[in-house]
Ligand binder design. Sequence first.
Ligand code: GLC
Length: 567
Amino acid sequence: MDGPRELGLRNVGSHCSISEADDYDLSRLLDKPRLNIERQRSFDERSLSEMSIGVSPRFSTRAAENTRGLENFENMCSPGGRSGLNTPASSARNSFEPHPMVADAWEALRRSLVFFRGQPVGTIAAYDHASEEVLNYDQVFVRDFVPSALAFLMNGEPEIVKNFLLKTLYLQGWEKRIDRFKLGEGAMPASFKVLHDPVRKTDALIADFGESAIGRVAPVDSGFWWIILLRAYTKSTGDLSLAETPECQKGMRLILTLCLSEGFDTFPTLLCADGCSMIDRRMGIYGYPIEIQALFFMALRSALPMLKHDAEGKEFVERIVKRLHALSFHMRSYFWLDFQQLNDIYRYKTEEYSHTAVNKFNVIPDSIPDWVFDFMPTRGGYFIGNVSPARMDFRWFCLGNCVAILSSLATPEQSLAIMDLIEARWEELVGEMPLKISYPAIESHDWRIVTGCDPKNTRWSYHNGGSWPVLLWLLTAACIKTGRPQIARRAIELAESRLLKDSWPEYYDGKLGRYIGKQARKFQTWSIAGYLVAKMMLEDPSHLLMISLEEDKQMKPLIKRSASWTC
Ligand code: GLC
């Protein structure tokens, strides 16, 4: 039997071309036990940037060749590198047994594969045969596929990711209408489905751009995830040719046209409807939700080195650079909350006019919820959920904060402060199952007003303070980037005590995340893939490079808010 394949792990030799194989330093294979032990010992103390990771002999050559056309693609990661070597045999030799769950997870992930004309093009949201209603969980969701894609890239299987990127690009080209209204050209679908006709033996695609979603909201996050994934693919494979095709260049420009267009905005953040991202139903996140702002920032930064500096691309590059400056300043100043900042807001004066206003958005201190005063540790901080006129949503949202760390939207100090907060508020944000999507839950009257009495989003359930295992990969990536892998290990251990036994639920309920979610699917693909990605990243931290951006030194440092109007 083909052991590695069976486990879903890559058979290292089979994918290498001759020249690659030549470049590959075989001594690394033999050195593995030593490297592994060293990594275990040293990684807790040193941050990723201090360790010169990612440039294995094999990839440094490729990286050097590939950087020519693509600025800033300085370090290639090791696709299927070390984690690919972790066949049961090599692990046994090293006495680092993979957790038994890993093999189950790969098997479940492969079961969720979706094929179009014989080619794998994505993974379905959930493979839950026990559930009577399929709803739309039999579709390939763009956001759900991201952790699957990363797992495949890390395991040295980039083909499915390429196929997915091309299929969704093709769908982007469709004319999209909701009732009689035509959607912007660049919109990417929330999800798509492959219809197999067994009689005619044909496959057809159908896509949902929001027209069949709850609330009829177009997904703003899909386009951003698409760009982020294109960069991850490029980083991981060193294959610049995909990003450089006229189709991908156009795809990026269309997405960028939608989100960089000028309107009535006075803020550089992106104005959104409720439910346009992972939280895809009414949860009071309309306006400027942190999840979208962080993804927006990351997508802009990811697109920058991939865009060609030709006549069309150049204009976008200039607009992106300007927007990134304004966006990072705005987010780092106004969305950031720590003990000091909270105290300042608490003492705000209101009704200030003119440029000298300190309380720029006229936030009324009475609107600060009681819980936040207890929640805020003396050390630590986070990006709050939303900032708009007289409205600060103080809730914690996990995805936005982790993406802020990965994209370096958060300064290095802010990134560390976010990790400090997670440690200080472990009970609240992690509890018994990583990780709370948002904190705290909205209850009673607020729940009625904010969710519109949504029975799925009752307190401490689903999007309203529920715990989502998929977020584990984002936490792990953030932990590695900030040099705190021990936090990720603690969280992974918690997940390992339940996930397989509970059949990979979509989410957990309760203040501590102790109960399998009321309406949670089982065998939810991104719960499975998120776990695998977290494991592979801890095992080989160089994988982080495909999903992380180093700080851009050119970006203006945080300026005191009272002085900001002059900039
Ligand atoms: C739910 C989630 C959404 C996810 C979808 C498929 O609607 O809220 O984020 O993409 O399920 O898993």
